[in-house]
Ligand binder design. Structure first.
Ligand code: FE2
Length: 348
């Protein structure tokens, strides 16, 4: 492993950078391949997990909430959901905005600002304190849910180019035919260990008409977010979404032309990448729904993104220091940070 060459012709540099891709940087050369490590002990280690190997609690228990796979002191969290039947209650997260990424299946969302149906590759934004429930339209679905205590907003680098908002951003629409319904449970999700549950006389998601122009619940498909490439040598991706405090950024990290990233250290951001699907492999990631995490301050290289066969992936950068939960650790493996394969010395 220590004799592993870098890409032919690539300068043997090591980049340290502040503030994700935006801040101060320092570049040095090294005689050895910096991402190599022989072993690691402790929580702040790079890991990967094929999320299909985790059975979310809500897959077999309709009452369950999605299963948390990573948490942080800043309140940024990741969950996975795998419902086979509709939620028998309505939930309102009063602590965080949520992005639901639909990994597989088709999912009908009903919210208290309207309904939308999301398909594979859609990001669905449900801001703080919007009540909702969802259900697979078939017999299965998988989603990865990102929670951000700071408000999430689309933030492409220019008004046009990365996103075609007029064409591709779809907002929830009121379904006035939804019956008023009978007694319905509303679960308020908070930071408390137990949830607060209201029993309401009617379905709170049965609405009349929309009177305001803006609708805060939307969907956007990963495939409709363009990739930003620097040719010929490559450069950082561009975010399409960020939190108000700038402590959470999201990017399309699907295949794009250009050189491989440099060996680098993020001073401030944990880097979580979800390899969604091929056809092409992204380095050591070939299985749909593979989540990789390189914590801040851990030297990494990363596979080439210039994959002619194409693949889909997204990147979450966060100032939060993420910790995998025991349920996620049970299906995770230690990762080497060159090609993002399982580490050859992998204990867990
Ligand atoms: Fe990185």
């Amino acid at each position: 492993m220590s004799a592993k060459p870098q890409d032919a012709g690539a300068p043997p540099v090591q980049l340290w950078s502040r503030d994700g891709f935006q801040g101060a940087l320092s570049v040095v050369t090294r005689q050895t391949y910096a991402p190599d490590y022989l072993s690691v002990q402790g929580p702040h280690a790079p890991r990967r997990a094929v999320l299909e190997r985790l059975t979310p609690d809500d897959q077999d228990d309709p009452e369950a909430l999605p299963t948390t796979v990573a948490t942080s002191r800043l309140g940024v969290k990741l969950h996975v959901s795998g419902r086979r039947t509709p939620m028998p209650y309505v939930v309102r997260n009063v602590e965080a905005d949520e992005i639901h990424f639909i990994q597989s299946g088709t999912v009908k969302f009903e919210t208290d600002v309207g309904c939308l149906t999301a398909t594979e590759g859609d990001f669905v934004c449900i801001p703080r304190s919007i009540a909702y429930r969802y259900a697979p339209t078939g017999d299965a679905m998988r989603s990865v849910i990102v929670e951000s205590p700071s408000v999430l907003k689309l933030a492409p680098p220019a008004p046009s180019g990365l996103l075609n908002v007029a064409r591709d951003l779809k907002h929830a629409e009121v379904d006035a035919t939804m019956p008023a319904g009978g007694p319905t449970r509303l679960v308020l999700k908070t930071l408390d260990p137990e949830n607060t549950v209201f029993m309401l006389p009617h379905d709170p998601l049965a609405l009349g008409v929309h009177l305001s122009e803006s609708v805060p619940v939307w969907k956007l498909n990963l495939a409709n977010i363009q990739v930003h490439a620097y040719l010929p040598e490559g450069g950082p991706p561009s975010q399409f979404l960020q939190s108000g405090t700038g402590d959470l950024l999201m990017f399309n990290l699907s295949a794009r032309p250009g050189g491989r990233p440099p060996v680098h250290i993020n001073a401030d951001f944990d880097e979580l990448i979800c390899y969604v699907r091929g056809p092409g492999a992204w380095g050591g990631c070939t299985e749909p729904g593979t989540l990789t995490c390189v914590p801040k301050g851990v030297i990494h290289h990363g596979p080439s993104e210039d994959v002619p066969e194409g693949y889909q992936a997204w990147l979450l950068e966060t100032r939060a220091t993420m910790r995998w939960t025991p349920k996620a650790l049970a299906v995770a493996e230690l990762m080497e940070t060159g090609q993002y394969m399982p580490h050859p010395g992998a204990g867990k």
